[in-house]
Design a protein around this ligand. Structure first.
Ligand SMILES: [Fe+2]
Length: 318
């Protein structure tokens, strides 16, 4: 198996307009637990070892503020900086100590397409606690909308070292470890967040977690079903702020021998949307939500590196 410079996807930072409601939802309903509260932000962990898998920040509207990955070595952080600059991306915060509660070293960059990505080394880990039925134990993947999927695909593979595991008509599946995918790129016509998926211990947990969501007023948006590429079980929901979130399990494990299949292979019979053939067609409200969450935009090069939260380009404003 090849050595990836990035070893795992770890967490996402979401901007939410009502952080009290967001904390209550992600703790009591989605199944995470508060790990820390610092400077107005709330950090939530799953049952696995990652310090947190979700950070919630007060924000005027729902946005994906960043996606965090763990890297192989401290040296990798500077290598990523050089590669991102060479690819015409930007460094938002240079390599340095992380002041957030997970600690370690961190660098924050923006890809040429505007995805805000953070790379961590030496971040704090919890003691091993093991999976718990119906509760997420780590992050599984992010699915990113792409205005130019081939350009973004080149960035994630050529600049960050991800490996293509499958390519359907609309999506590219990218791996950085034994999981079939940690990042999925969707040919969507705009850049932003499509959805975030958390890993459940097993199929039973996806079903029981879905039941907990339904009990608390959040119907399944799409699923339960089994995907083609990655072979993972899925159930999609829309959270109180419009983020599309997924419980998943049984993601295909790959090694260096895995042979990607192309769009001609990943074709369903008419009307089918999952491998089992039981998931109803995805409703329009879920499709719309999958296109509604932007990344922040930056000020121009000669201004401060603070993120400018412009609404002018947001799909939410349409
Ligand atoms: Fe997914």
């Amino acid at each position: 198996m090849r050595e990836f410079p990035i070893t795992a996807i770890r967490s996402v930072d979401l901007g939410v307009p009502d952080i009290t409601r967001a904390e209550a939802f992600y703790e009591k309903t989605w199944g995470l637990a508060v790990a820390a509260r610092v400077r107005g932000a709330v950090y939530l962990r799953a049952t696995g070892r990652d310090h947190h898998v979700l950070a919630l920040h007060p924000h005027p509207s729902a946005e994906i503020l960043s996606v965090s990955f763990r890297v192989r070595s401290e040296k990798t952080l500077e290598q990523i900086v050089a590669a991102v600059i060479e690819a015409n991306g930007r460094v938002i915060d240079p390599v340095g100590p992380n002041i957030e509660p997970d600690g370690g070293m961190v660098v924050k960059v923006m890809s040429p397409e505007g995805y805000v990505l953070r790379f961590h080394y030496g971040d704090a880990l919890h003691d091993q606690s093991g999976p718990r039925c119906s509760y997420p134990f780590r992050l599984s993947h992010v699915n990113l909308n792409c205005a130019d999927i081939e350009a973004t695909n080149r960035f994630f593979q050529g600049t960050l070292g991800f490996q293509l595991t499958d390519r359907s008509r609309a999506m590219a599946f990218l791996s950085c470890n034994q999981d079939h995918h940690a990042v999925v790129l969707a040919d969507s016509g705009l850049n932003g967040l499509n959805h975030v998926a958390w890993m459940m211990p097993d199929l039973e947990s996806v079903m029981r977690g879905s039941g907990r969501m339904i009990d608390q007023g959040f119907p399944i948006g799409w699923g339960v079903g089994r995907h083609g590429p990655g072979d993972n079980v899925f159930a999609y929901f829309v959270d109180p702020f419009g983020f599309v979130i997924e419980y998943t399990a049984e993601v295909l494990q790959v090694n260096g021998d895995y042979q990607p299949h192309g769009p001609e292979y990943w074709v369903w019979p008419p009307g089918r949307t999952d491998h089992w053939g039981i998931a109803p067609p995805k409703p329009d409200y879920v499709k719309h939500a999958q296109l509604a969450i932007p990344f922040p935009t930056l000020k121009s090069d000669n201004e401060d590196s603070d993120l400018l939260f412009s609404r002018a380009e947001s799909p939410n404003s349409k």
